[in-house]
Ligand binder design. Structure first.
Ligand code: ASP
Length: 597
């Protein structure tokens, strides 16, 4: 707490800030009964408010009225108390509590509200089922861990605002009821009552509006923006989430990257999260995929992937040779001197099979050569060359995957992370931020195999780098920021001429009429003097989760949905009255479940 509260009839001080300097002061405090202990005629209560805890003592002789009230108090009752700050005897000092040197001898107490017995204890010691926590979220939010997460979140957002304000950004809002803004997910739709049969879409991001701000000449915009994406169930996604959304005019990649390094550098510093100072390393997409198997590499440990196809070409090992002959690759990583049982090694197959590979070939290095059955298929020169490439020495475990490039990369990438976790390879307290650049502009849209098409890897408004007529190899001017192996943000330099924008739409399978119908307003705005511009968006929930050391973003969102998109607190999503549907000109084809949850 930075300031004492304005005194009123409930309180004049924050409970958690009272220390020995205030010994002798009379204080007025308000909050919740955290814990209550009867002790040979005295009653002790830990009083909790947002600032922390303080011990109250109730004496039966000197303050009979207050004592009588204290006898009736139970956890989570709400009280206001007046009393004197007293030093505790040395033996009673609690070094784990900020207020542990003192206690408040209560002279007067008033009950403000009672509480039913909570369904779980308001402490950090008792593990509580998550659905129960979400059902009683207002109680869960009283627990210290959730409060800490909310404080961290506040701190993060405040720091972002401070840096951007200093840099003359405008904080502007954009509509929630709007038209579809494609970010690769399904839209949430809101039927219009005034024009039945038409629908608004909730924004997947403020992408097009922030570009229009640039065309309006506002040059530097940001917003703490809520985004909505109707995605299929995937671990740790939320249908609505919060981004720091930002856009700048007359800029190139370096300008946006420098701005975000200033913002995130300040966030890490403010939250005491030890990331090395910016500028952060930049890695091209191709290099990231080749060395780490994916475009969000966790660079906090080694085990990098090497292409050994050229070194083993021509061997007698049919599996490798067959893959090489069919345009595939053979890649490997040196897991180091790791002893793994046969069944553990077999278990590695499951890790890669999720990514479509058939199996991992494990080989131990022994006496400068390879142990086991596979060695006989390779010449001593091949073995020596692979060992040299992988920096392998006796006792090292080498893991090979032979497959098509994408599958091999993803498989070894997963294997690498699995081993990193299994053997605790990430040094305690180490955090890495890095940029990924030079993404492909397009990827094949696999969703309609019969009608192969291109999809934008970032989004359709990203500027291309290179020859648009060669969709296979054209790159985009996009960049992602990766923290500890997690993508925490991404953005790009945008297309700012109608011709290029139309050409990109055409590659994505939108003919001129469709493009006009869906994005006519953008194409039109691009004809009225659009400056070069670019921006980025950062995932605030994810950043807060990493900084708070939480596995799930649900632990840093005050009122999240479950993994199936439900809210056990309010029962959303829920059926609505038939009358509401009628007004919207809607009729449901399915009978909703009995409860909304
Ligand atoms: N709108 C993009 C997103 O939400 C970010 C950006 O390109 O600025 O991912």
């Amino acid at each position: 707490m930075r300031e004492a509260p304005q005194p009123n009839r409930f309180r004049d001080s924050w409970a958690g800030t009272i220390n020995a300097q205030r010994a002798g002061d009379e204080v007025l405090l308000a909050g919740w009964v955290h814990r209550r202990r009867d002790h040979g005629g005295l009653i002790f209560i830990d009083l909790r408010d947002r600032s922390g805890l303080i011990q109250l003592v109730f004496h039966p002789e000197s303050a009979g009225g207050a004592f009588a009230l204290a006898e009736a108090l139970r956890p989570e009752h709400v009280v206001t108390v007046r009393g004197t700050v007293e030093r505790r005897d040395a033996v009673n000092v609690n070094p784990n509590l900020a207020t542990g040197e003192v206690e408040v001898a209560v002279v007067e107490a008033q009950s403000l509200a009672e509480s039913e017995t909570p369904p779980f204890a308001i402490d950090e010691d008792t593990p509580v089922d998550e659905t129960l926590r979400l059902r009683y979220r207002w109680l869960d939010l009283r627990r210290q861990g959730m409060l800490d997460a909310m404080l961290t979140r506040t701190h993060i957002v405040r720091t972002m605002r401070e840096v951007l304000d200093r840099r003359d950004f405008l904080e502007l809002e954009t509509p929630i009821l709007t038209r579809s803004t494609p970010e690769g997910a399904r839209d949430f739709l809101v039927p219009s009552r005034l024009t039945p049969g038409t629908l608004y879409a909730l924004p997947q991001s403020p992408q097009l509006f922030k570009q229009l701000f640039m065309m309006a000449g506002y040059e530097r915009y940001y917003q703490i923006a809520r985004c909505f994406r109707d995605e299929d169930l995937r671990a740790d996604r939320q249908p609505e989430f919060t981004q720091l959304d930002l856009e700048m005019a007359f800029v190139e990649e370096d300008d946006v990257i420098e701005t975000m390094e200033a913002v995130m550098g300040a966030v890490f510093e403010a939250t005491g999260f030890g990331v090395p100072a910016a500028p952060w390393p930049r890695l091209s997409y191709d290099e990231a995929v080749a060395r780490f198997g994916n475009d969000r590499p966790d660079t906090r440990f080694g085990l990098e992937i090497h292409d050994v196809g050229a070194l083993v070409a021509g061997s007698d090992f049919k599996v490798f040779q067959g893959v090489l002959d069919s345009g595939g690759v053979v890649r490997a990583l040196n897991a180091g001197a790791r002893e793994m049982s046969r069944s553990e090694l077999d278990g590695l197959n499951e890790v890669v099979q999720i990514h479509g590979a058939k199996a991992v070939a494990p080989i131990y290095v022994e006496a400068g050569g390879w142990a086991g059955n596979l060695a006989k298929f390779f010449t001593p020169e091949q073995i020596a060359a692979v060992n040299a490439e992988l920096g392998a020495t006796d006792g090292d475990l080498l893991l090979f995957v032979a497959d098509q490039p994408k599958t091999a990369a993803a498989s070894l990438g997963a294997l690498r992370l699995h081993l990193g976790e299994r053997f605790g390879l990430i040094p305690e307290g180490r955090h890495d931020a890095l940029w990924i650049t030079d993404f492909p502009m397009f990827e094949r849209d696999e969703s309609t195999p019969a009608r192969p098409r291109w999809a934008a890897l970032h989004h359709p408004f990203t500027a291309p780098r290179g020859d648009l007529d060669d969709p296979e190899s054209v790159l985009s001017r996009a960049y992602d920021l990766v923290l500890d192996g997690v993508e925490i943000g991404g953005g790009s330099i945008r297309i700012h001429t109608p011709e290029v924008q139309r050409a990109v739409f055409a590659h994505l399978g939108l003919d001129a009429d469709e493009a006009q119908e869906r994005f006519g307003f953008l194409l039109e705005a691009l004809r009225f003097g659009a400056p070069p511009h670019g921006g980025i968006a950062m995932g605030i929930d994810r950043i807060a989760a990493i900084i708070s050391g939480r596995d799930s973003i649900r632990d840093v969102i005050a009122f999240p949905k479950t993994a199936s998109g439900a809210d056990p607190l309010t029962g959303a999503p829920a059926p609505v009255d038939a009358r509401q549907l009628r007004e919207l000109g809607l009729q449901s084809l399915t009978t909703p479940p009995a409860t909304g949850a």
